[in-house]
Write a protein that binds this ligand. Structure first.
Ligand code: ARG
Length: 469
């Protein structure tokens, strides 16, 4: 039997393998709500423009409601022979209301239909992610405020560099997530145009009102070029790119958490809720959630690569290749939401081990730069010379197995007589961090100011999900 939706010119049905490779219903049924929304908007517009009759329109709308109920209570039978969500719904509509169902597809094609459905789905996913990212930022802000003055070692090359505050370290992630949200917001804005009514590729001769359907679906406006409308998947690519960068940020923090909770570091303790035990080693508390967040960037970045490769070299307008757009997106965006939620939970419950962090902050001569800066400021030395003198002081400390603030002033004076008692004021880690008050610096005072600034910003900026269109 040939396909009942488009089989007019076909004598036989497809080969079993053809059906298998062609069908997308297994995954695009996730678009049912968006497909129904698009059909409702299209149907109302067709009636308003007198393209179809009022009674047919009402029958269609009632049928769509009944179909929605069937899908939601799982009594709807999805058929692979009907290929995709669009034809599954339309075929069921025909069973329910008869020939009037055939009028719904007037001035429409599956090409603009799927582009519309997919945009709506991605838009919702962006809104979900944005709300989750805002929650993560709040978790960071609360922890950063609490630990604005908690000292930890700052690293470069994962070598102890200079002391920083734990709050400052966390605020670095607030900045990153802020940029991530900005990327999603930008993507959402460009996404928010309606392809519905572009039809197969060239538009339609029916007197449709694309502005009306755009508005009904919460889009800012209709897309301006019908060829572009059905062949564009930038919105999906951009969202995957934003998701990839965001997931990559999360993987960096995840890695830090894994390192921080290892016994030699012992900087933080994760809660029981976000760790697992070992079946053989009773002492273990493994940071599995952090490890999984660290790993999941792989599939998100993979999704971006997949879709970019699908789209590369495709001629205008629609090609069936584009059916391969959905699975990577359906996997990647919810995966990101899950990672963000896991990170938020971990961050809320995480308890820093202030003693261990502070001890580590003092190791590795982390205040050497403070000494060099002091020599510049108080001794009038050029920085390069101060750097050299400080190197000799570090060597003395190192040779005698002491920290910088354990050397006597006399010992340091013997290296350079421009050093005096006042130097003691800069060699402790607490003094070091408190002194770094340059804009964007690590001083506790700065951290508190940044927390305030971000709280104001988060209060002001409504999440994109709240404003449709
Ligand atoms: N299932 C298809 C997809 O996801 C819908 C569009 C099909 N259009 C067509 N001309 N065969 O891309």
């Amino acid at each position: 039997m040939s396909n009942r939706m488009w089989g007019g010119r076909f004598e036989s049905g497809p080969d079993a393998i053809m059906e298998e490779i062609n069908a997308s219903i297994a995954f695009d049924k996730a678009l049912f709500a968006q497909d129904l929304a698009g059909s409702r908007a299209h149907c109302r517009m067709l009636v308003a423009q007198s393209i179809i009759g009022k009674e047919d329109g009402e029958a269609i709308l009632e049928g769509l409601d009944a179909i929605e109920a069937e899908i939601r209570d799982e009594s709807f039978t999805f058929s692979r022979a009907l290929e995709d969500i669009h034809m599954n719904i339309e075929a069921r509509l025909a069973e329910m209301i008869g020939p009037a169902a055939g009028r719904l597809h007037t001035a429409r094609s599956r090409n603009d239909q799927v582009a519309t459905d997919f945009r709506l789905w991605v838009r919702d996913a962006i809104d979900t992610i944005d709300a989750a990212l805002a929650d993560l930022q709040l978790a960071f802000l609360d922890k950063a405020e609490e630990h604005a003055a908690t000292i930890m070692p700052g690293f470069t090359h994962l070598q102890t560099a200079q002391p920083v505050t734990f709050g400052h370290h966390l605020m670095a992630y607030v900045e990153m997530i802020g940029r991530d949200r900005g990327r999603f917001a930008d993507a959402r804005e460009r996404l928010n145009e309606s392809p519905l009514g572009a039809a197969a590729l060239a538009g339609t001769a029916f007197p449709i009102d694309r502005f009306a359907t755009a508005e009904a679906l919460g889009f800012a406006r209709p897309t301006a070029n019908s060829l572009d409308s059905v062949s564009d998947r930038d919105f999906a690519l951009e969202s995957l790119a934003a998701a990839s960068i965001c997931a990559l940020h999360l993987s960096r923090l995840a890695e830090e958490i894994v390192v921080w909770c290892s016994a030699p570091f012992s900087f933080v303790q994760l809660s029981d809720k976000f760790t697992t035990g070992s079946s053989i080693m009773p002492q273990k508390r493994n940071p599995d959630a952090a490890e999984l967040v660290r790993a999941k960037v792989g599939r998100i970045l993979g999704a971006l690569t997949t879709l970019a490769t699908v789209m590369k070299g495709l001629p205008l307008a629609y090609s069936k290749d584009m059916q391969e757009d959905k699975e990577p997106v359906f996997d990647a965006l919810p995966t990101l939401s899950l990672c963000v939620a896991a990170m938020t939970g971990m961050m809320r419950d995480l308890v820093p081990n202030e003693k261990a962090m502070r001890r580590a902050a003092g190791q590795g001569y982390s205040t050497a730069t403070d000494l060099a800066d002091w020599l510049v400021r108080e001794g009038g030395l050029p920085f390069r010379e101060a750097h050299h003198v400080t190197g000799r002081v570090v060597a003395l400390a190192s040779d005698s197995g002491r920290a910088l603030d354990q050397l006597t002033v006399e010992e340091m004076k013997a290296i350079d007589d421009r050093i005096d008692e006042r130097v003691k004021g800069v060699l402790s880690v607490a003094k070091s961090v408190a002194s770094r008050t340059s804009y964007g610096g690590t001083a506790p005072k700065n951290v508190r100011n940044q927390v305030k600034r971000w709280r104001r910003r988060l209060d002001q900026k409504p999440r994109s999900g709240r404003s449709r269109g």
